[in-house]
Write a protein that binds this ligand. Structure first.
Ligand code: 1HN
Length: 366
């Protein structure tokens, strides 16, 4: 065999070997290392924004066109991150959506292993019944429907109601732990007919239901027994923090009053208030964030791209993206995160950015 024969034989042999690996359902790590072991997280989800101006008329149209009934269960438009190639997920681990109910409609009772929360955007007269406790919903309220608890939504009034749904469904699906069940009837009975918001009676102290953002240390595999966090309390607490640190952004995290942990084992929920003309310090953190603009206007810079926003807009900050929020008018941002999961698994990291990010482009919403 000549030298030439040998060098020709080797590529052939290697090619044949790779074919054999493929037919044996084996893959060689030496060709995958750079793609699998990235120096820092490379989420497939991209920074993205859904404007109220686009979403609201489509949700409104769905009220006319699509009934809420068994099978479909909910009138929900999911935030589908374009980086996730058609999946109905806001980010790799988080579901985000706008849900609406027309006058006198009910969304049927069911339960699932995925944990959910609702942040109310606009409307009146709706309540969500959670394991028999009817929780009234007003704009700015946070309502929990923890995993495996029966829940249905009822609009007892004459106006349309719109809220944000946040769930850990993509994470639960990735863990192959999805369970779903319909309740035998359309609505569950109230445990105490006519008496709403029973969970609040046991936990009346605001100071135990919300804490300054970034101070939660506890982890708890059980969800909060308090099911509704009221905007009036959130607003009061933000105003109190703001008077202590005038001219700075402040935030509260909603907590489980029994343990001081995040509201759900998988999800944290917080509200950040940024005064007019103020910007938050730049940061990267592991884990995904879905932000819902409750009030005000401004812009966020995410990995150098500028995202302008105003009330009712929703946007995603994927894991390890650099982010800072700038308020034009005083802004209140509701923030949903998967932080408790990262912390429980020893994967949580954050890194303060030394300088404001240079802006290299502006996002144009569809
Ligand atoms: C769900 O049960 C609700 O109960 C909303 O309102 C959104 C998204 C995925 C799976 C279940 C609800 C949902 C959901």
């Amino acid at each position: 065999m000549t030298v030439e024969d040998c060098t020709e034989a080797v590529p052939d042999a290697l090619e044949r070997f790779y074919e054999q690996l493929q037919s044996a359902d084996l893959q060689p790590l030496w060709n995958l290392t750079a793609q699998l072991l990235t120096p820092t997280p490379r989420p497939r989800a991209v920074p993205w924004l859904w404007s109220r101006a686009t979403m609201h008329p489509l949700a409104r149209r769905a009220i006319d066109l699509v009934p809420v009934e068994r099978g479909g269960e909910r009138r929900v438009l999911s935030l589908a991150n374009p980086g996730l190639e058609g999946l109905p997920y806001a980010a790799g681990t988080l579901w985000g959506a706008i849900q609406c109910l027309g006058p006198r409609e009910s969304a049927p009772a069911h339960r699932h292993s995925a944990g959910a929360l609702r942040f109310v955007l606009e409307g009146a007269g709706v309540w969500t019944t959670v394991d028999g406790d009817a929780c009234d919903m007003h704009p700015g309220d946070l309502i929990l429907t923890p995993g495996q608890q029966w829940h249905d939504h009822t609009n007892g009034g004459d106006s349309e109601m719109y809220w944000f749904d946040g769930l850990d469904l993509p994470l639960v699906a990735a863990l192959d732990a999805v369970f779903f069940e319909e309740y035998p009837e359309l609505r569950q009975p109230d445990v105490a007919p006519g008496e709403h918001n029973r969970s609040a009676a046991d936990f009346p102290r605001r100071s135990e239901n919300m804490v300054p953002g970034g101070t939660v240390a506890a982890l708890d595999p059980t969800p909060s027994p308090l099911l509704a966090y009221r905007w009036t309390d959130t607003d009061t607490e933000l105003a109190r923090l703001q008077s202590r640190w005038p001219g700075s952004a402040v935030s509260v995290e909603f907590v489980n009053p029994r343990s001081g942990a995040s509201v759900l084992p998988t999800l944290s929920a917080a509200m950040q208030r940024v005064p007019a003309g103020v910007a938050t310090a730049g940061v990267r953190r592991t884990g995904n964030t879905v932000a819902v603009v409750f009030a005000g206007s401004g812009h966020s810079v995410i990995d150098g791209q500028r995202f302008d926003w105003s009330a009712g807009d929703m946007f995603v900050v994927p894991s390890w993206s650099a982010v800072e929020h700038h308020a034009a008018d005083r802004a209140d941002l509701f923030l949903l995160r998967d932080t408790p999961v990262l912390r429980a698994l020893g994967l949580y990291r954050e890194q303060a950015l030394e300088d404001p990010q240079p802006v290299t482009g502006t996002f144009r919403p569809r």
